[in-house]
Every structure is written in C-alpha cells, then in structure tokens.
Design a protein around this ligand. Structure first.
Ligand SMILES: [Zn+2]
Length: 210
C-alpha cells in the first residue's frame, strides 16, 4: 500500500487549514520523528545536496537529544511540531489535541525563540478536533504527497515510490530514525537525481512563517 495523500479537490478546498501539497512549484523535503542519535548523518546528507528541510520533531525526542536538536537549528533547517509522544490524534478530543500540540510548541519556543507554525499528525491520523486545535493555535496542518518508504529500510521501495509519484510540488517525508538512517543518504540522492532529470527544483526557503 502506498501512503499518499491525494484527496479529491473538493475535500482539499473544504479544509483550507491543511497543507496537502506545496502551492509553490518546488519540492519540499520533510524529515519526521527526530531528533535521534542519527541526526548528524541526516544533516550531513542534506548538506551534501544543499537542501533545506522541514524537521517535524516530537517534544519527547527534542528533550532526549538536545544537542542534535541544536545542530538542526544551526544548520538552518525549519523545526516544526510532530506532537509530544508521537501518539495517534484520531481518538483525541480538542482539549487533549491542543495539549499535545502546545507542549511541543513550548519546548521548541523555549529552545529557539520561535513558535512552530505547522503540525504534522503522527502516522497522518487526525480528526476534526485536531484540525480545530491546530487552527485555534494559529497553525496549519502539513500532510505530504509522498511517504518515501525510507522507514522500511528498503531502498527499492523508495526508488519505486519516487519514480511513480515525484512531481514538481511534492511534499516528501523522510525519517530521522534508526531504520531510515541505513538508506537515508541513498534515498535522498535518488530523489535529488530524479528531480534533476525531471527539471524540478527544491524549496530553499526556511519555513518559519505561513
Ligand atoms: Zn512520525
């Protein structure tokens, strides 16, 4: 099963607080679930290709890996909210959704001076309470167009998904975790090469405002 978000236009219009795909004609690389003990490798790889990414971090991992978190900031990437404990939001009411989001916002703001503007629900699971909690806190919900498959540790999956689905305005999910770290560099290299072949560009903007 390919984990793509390509809902019909009518649905996308109904939920304007959700970023389904990049409205600019550029590819956005997002890196979920960090920081981790592998963040250094992820940063090296992004640096190698001159890519500025959006890191969706969990509050818990930021607290566990403060040095790695700082190195993401230092390298000039954007850091956004992926919940506190990486819990599924789909069964949460609005108050609990808000709590989960605000706890991580505070952790990030305390360390960077900037409050996140985007939330990505863990596993892409959310409900209307999540949407309300996100917009009440002045944020947007960012989904993706390609879940690269790097978290499977299987490069053939990444290659197949990239070949099939890479477009000029893709939002791609890669991961900062142990399994993905084995093929992160190889995966990013393949995405970059495919984008170049198709004459697509990567976003160079640091996404700290909507
Ligand atoms: Zn995640």
């Amino acid at each position: 099963m390919d984990f793509l978000y390509k809902p019909p236009m009518i649905i996308r219009k109904l939920f304007s607080g959700i970023i389904w795909e990049n409205e600019e004609n550029e590819i956005i690389i997002t890196v979920d679930d960090g920081p981790s003990e592998n963040t250094g490798k992820v940063l090296q790889s992004l640096e190698r290709f001159g890519i500025k990414a959006v890191f969706f971090c969990t509050g818990k991992n930021i607290e566990k890996y403060p040095d790695e978190f700082n190195s993401i900031i230092k390298a000039g990437h954007s850091v956004q909210n992926h919940g506190y404990r990486h819990r599924r939001m789909i069964f949460k009411n609005q108050r609990d959704s808000s709590k989960e989001i605000l706890r991580t916002n505070k952790t990030i703001k305390d360390l960077t001076g900037q409050s996140p503007i985007m939330f990505r629900p863990p596993y892409g699971w959310f409900n209307t309470n999540t949407i309300r909690a996100v917009s009440d806190n002045g944020m947007k919900l960012m989904l993706w167009t390609i879940l690269s498959g790097d978290h499977t540790g299987d490069f053939a999956t990444v290659r197949r998904l990239t070949d099939s689905y890479l477009t000029s305005n893709s939002i791609i999910v890669l991961h900062d975790n142990l399994k993905a770290s084995i093929i992160f560099d190889q995966s990013l290299e393949y995405i970059v090469k495919t984008a170049a072949d198709r004459k697509f560009n990567f976003s160079l903007r640091r996404r700290n405002e909507l």
